[in-house]
Design a protein around this ligand. Structure first.
Ligand SMILES: [Ca+2]
Ligand SMILES: [Ca+2]
Ligand SMILES: [Ca+2]
Length: 141
């Protein structure tokens, strides 16, 4: 009986793992800061600012190539949780914060200004239906 309960519990937790959140759910969980179902460009900038501070490990105002190693790994972990078309969707989100996409003056490192200004281009790309906010609809849900 105990064994059966344990198995059921295991099955339940496995189901929870497999019924993972969609990229849209995950995106909004991270970027819709006030939780109203819409990520605005202001929220994208604010969150990018927090992300920047997190990965500018030596606080010199730049995420350089060395610091990008950690940052790339963190974003890749998110991508690796998905497969198929959802993986492609997550990859796009991850790439948008990459060194190549963010380093506008091509000096090999990303300043906070470069990183924050990326939010505007990113927002325009993500807001597929152009209604001024990113919602689940923009992720095809
Ligand atoms: Ca919001
Ligand atoms: Ca730095
Ligand atoms: Ca730069």
């Amino acid at each position: 009986m105990i064994l059966r309960v344990t198995t059921a519990a295991l099955l339940l937790s496995a189901t929870a793992l497999f019924a993972q959140t969609t990229p849209g759910d995950q995106f909004l969980a991270n970027w819709d800061l006030n939780g109203n179902g819409t990520a605005t460009v202001e929220e994208l900038r604010e969150m990018r600012s927090s992300v920047f501070v997190t990965f500018d490990a030596n606080d010199d105002g730049f995420i350089d190539a060395t610091e990008y190693v950690m940052f790339d790994e963190a974003r890749q972990n998110d991508v690796d949780a998905y497969q198929g078309p959802e993986r492609a969707q997550m990859q796009k989100v991850a790439d948008a914060m990459g060194l190549a996409a963010s380093d506008q003056d091509s000096d090999g490192r990303v300043s906070e200004a470069e990183f924050l200004s990326g939010a505007d281009r990113w927002f325009a790309k993500l807001d597929k239906n152009g209604h001024g906010g990113i919602t689940m609809a923009d992720f095809g849900k």
